[in-house]
Design a protein. Structure first.
Length: 669
């Protein structure tokens, strides 16, 4: 008698099917429309191939292209495999390594045949066309389980040395999965995949670029070529993505930073920023804004050392977790040559190793521990515009977005357990007010305990639930991210959405019981005994460098007037108006407006173009008529037409737009 399996469907029904049945069989039994639309299945929550037989009784949810997240992941994985097959089809002797899906596409690392140069951009059109041929061929994608030994023999026999090396390092006796494309090409892969190549849209992908890569990421190994592509479910999605990329290139903060004369980077200070006067003006305005917000929230600002003894970082646990990303500094003594008198640095025999701080938390605990703290003093909110350093790899650095030296709008709240939820609620409200002032929308995510962590399970249970309770009390929705918390605490993350739909993880608050324990922080409770405080780590901007980079790209350089380094330029049409221009400048400065004057002997159209490129919000054009009438012609950045108004009206406009949002009174709004 055939064994029957019970398969539970999302509508609550249960179907009995013979052992050996697949999700595709159930889709076909439900109806031809679903059989055609189904592309994969979730079996007991696991994403699987449509044609993979059930292992036993299970729950089943069929996946279609409407399940966009799953569909995109599958499609991009398939595009990567088809890329590898296409390269080997066009260039016999090419060795393949690995090719995963990425956030917006896929890549594959390959080694060109010995008789040709590494692949280049010139090869991409032909590879794309071959990929389209393979897609249109509608080749079935079929899963098989192989033994480790058979797979090693297969790869070694075909000269696939990289694949063979990887297979040899897998545990002996382990069964491995491969996927056939048709009957003539296979790759080692965990899967899952779509049922066939024809499920992909041949016009929904594009190969973007090539780059150098090393086998297994080690520069001592063979150099490979990494071919990048972007892949989508349909051509409309692809075109929208390419448009976003084009817009992102126009908004690139590195490009705009040069055009607006805000900052520069150079090798002599790799990963650190040289702020120019205009760029640092943006910084100062942000810093003043954040100080007002923190003062209003009851924070007290402190300043802590850059260098601390490595023993302190060992005690906190950071040395064990982050040592590779920290800069360590030994005590240096001068070694003076007796003959020449020339001194050279020497590490003292009894040198104490110091570390430049990568974060501010241990130093804030040290401030908290000074003196005796009563429960009546809590919560204590300590804030710092803290400069930190992290030894980021050279290849990971990216303009203002990823640097080695950065300054955080950092703060730590020391409170009792009963105060945690209220403090997190207050922070949620504070963060919301900040992001709304800059015009951002956001999603909140809760990052839960990682596999490797400090602290008891009971403390993690409590900390995670406190964050949930605060979100619920504020009426907010959130997404949970299992395993993505810090090693010492779960955290809430704010993911901002910018003007072209990209997301940026910026703010965070973490509920930490580990660091107070490791660094022996105490307060005296109502019972007269010592108790551990809970330590809330929090930031809103994250780092000033990255937040400024995000703002530049979000606004495409057209910063709000209150943030613009130069809020207005008075530009003359004729030299006869120079005197009036300087008078206008003086009155604007007296009103607190950041203004410059352009009296150069250049045509006004040239001046307009130049100051527009510099993203100056308002250009006040003056000529003979304006000088006689006491008016200005205001050209607002991005507006089609200029407006002639009295100088008093212009000053009122600039003062209104130049007022930071937190200082605008209700009447002014």
């Amino acid at each position: 008698m055939t064994e029957l399996l019970k398969i539970s469907l999302p509508d609550g029904s249960v179907r009995e099917v013979p052992r050996g049945s697949t999700p595709a069989d159930i889709a076909a039994a439900i109806g031809p429309g679903l059989a055609k639309a189904a592309i994969a299945a979730r079996v007991d929550g696991e994403l699987r191939d449509l044609t993979r037989p059930f292992d036993g009784d299970a729950s089943l949810a069929l996946v279609t292209s409407r399940d966009e997240a799953d569909a995109l992941e599958l499609a991009r994985h398939d595009y990567a495999h088809i890329l590898a097959e296409a390269v080997q089809s066009l260039f016999p002797g090419t060795q393949i390594t690995f090719g995963p899906a990425t956030d917006d596409g896929f890549y594959y690392d390959v080694k060109a045949p010995e008789n040709r140069e590494p692949f280049s951009m010139d090869d991409l059109p032909a590879i794309e066309e071959e990929m389209r041929r393979l897609i249109r061929a509608d080749k079935p994608l079929r899963r098989e389980v192989w033994s480790r030994e058979d797979l090693i023999a297969k790869w070694a026999g075909e000269g696939e040395t990289f694949k063979a090396e990887w297979a040899k390092e897998l545990p002996e006796g382990e069964e491995l999965t491969v996927y056939w494309s048709g009957n003539d090409w296979l790759d080692m892969c965990r899967g899952p995949h779509l049922p066939s190549t024809g499920k992909l849209d041949p016009d929904a992908f594009k190969l973007m670029r090539v780059a150098g890569a090393y086998w297994r990421g080690d520069q001592n190994n063979a150099q490979l070529t990494r071919i990048y592509g972007t892949g989508w479910l349909n051509k409309k999605q692809l075109n929208a993505h390419l448009t976003r990329l084009e817009e992102a290139a126009k908004r690139d903060h590195r490009k705009l930073g040069r055009e607006m004369d805000l900052f520069h980077l150079q090798e002599e200070a790799h990963g650190s920023v040289f702020w120019h006067p205009k760029g640092y003006r943006i910084w100062r305005e942000l810093e003043s804004y954040m100080r007002r917000k923190m003062d209003g929230g009851g924070y007290r600002e402190i300043k802590t050392p850059q260098l601390m003894d490595v023993r302190q970082w060992t005690q906190s646990g950071h040395w064990g977790k982050y040592a590779q990303n920290m800069f360590a500094v030994p005590d240096i003594v001068p070694d003076v040559d007796e003959e020449s008198g020339v001194a050279s640095p020497k590490v003292a025999d009894d040198a104490a190793w110091m570390a430049i701080k990568p974060m501010n938390c241990p130093a804030h605990v040290m401030v908290f521990k000074q003196g005796i703290t009563s429960y009546r003093d809590l919560p204590i909110r300590l804030g710092e515009m803290g400069c930190c350093h992290r030894n980021e790899p050279h290849g990971a650095l990216h303009g203002l977005m990823r640097v080695r030296q950065f300054t955080q709008d950092d703060a730590h709240i020391f409170c009792t357990e009963s105060q945690v939820v209220a403090e997190v609620q207050a922070f949620i409200a504070l963060a919301d007010s900040v992001y709304r002032d800059f015009g951002f929308t956001y999603d909140i995510k809760l990052a839960l305990r990682p596999e490797k962590r400090f602290g008891s399970e009971a403390d993690w249970d409590k900390a995670e639930q406190e964050l949930r309770d605060a979100l619920t009390a504020n009426g907010l929705e959130w997404e949970e991210l299992p395993g993505e918390g810090a090693f010492y605490a779960p955290k809430l993350e704010w993911h901002l959405t910018d003007a072209i739909g990209r997301t940026w993880q910026v703010g965070t608050i973490q509920s930490d019981r580990v660091l107070p324990e490791r660094l022996d922080a105490n307060y005296i409770g109502e019972d007269g005994e010592k108790h551990r405080p809970v330590m809330l780590h929090r930031a809103i901007f994250g780092s000033y460098e990255r937040f400024i980079g995000i703002l530049i790209e979000h606004f495409a350089g057209k910063l709000p007037t209150w943030l613009a380094p130069v809020q207005a330029v008075v530009a003359t049409i004729v030299s006869d108006a120079d005197g009036y221009a300087h008078d206008v400048e003086a009155q604007l400065k007296a009103a607190g407006i950041r203004v410059e004057t352009d009296t150069r002997n250049e045509k006004i159209n040239y001046k307009v173009r130049e100051h527009s490129l510099a993203k100056v919000p308002h250009l006040l054009v003056v000529g003979k008529r304006e000088a006689e009438e006491g008016t200005v012609a205001v050209r607002t950045l991005g507006a089609e037409h200029q407006k002639v108004m009295s100088l008093d009206e212009a000053i009122a406009l600039l003062k209104r737009e130049g007022t930071p949002p937190d200082l605008i009174t209700e009447n002014a709004q």
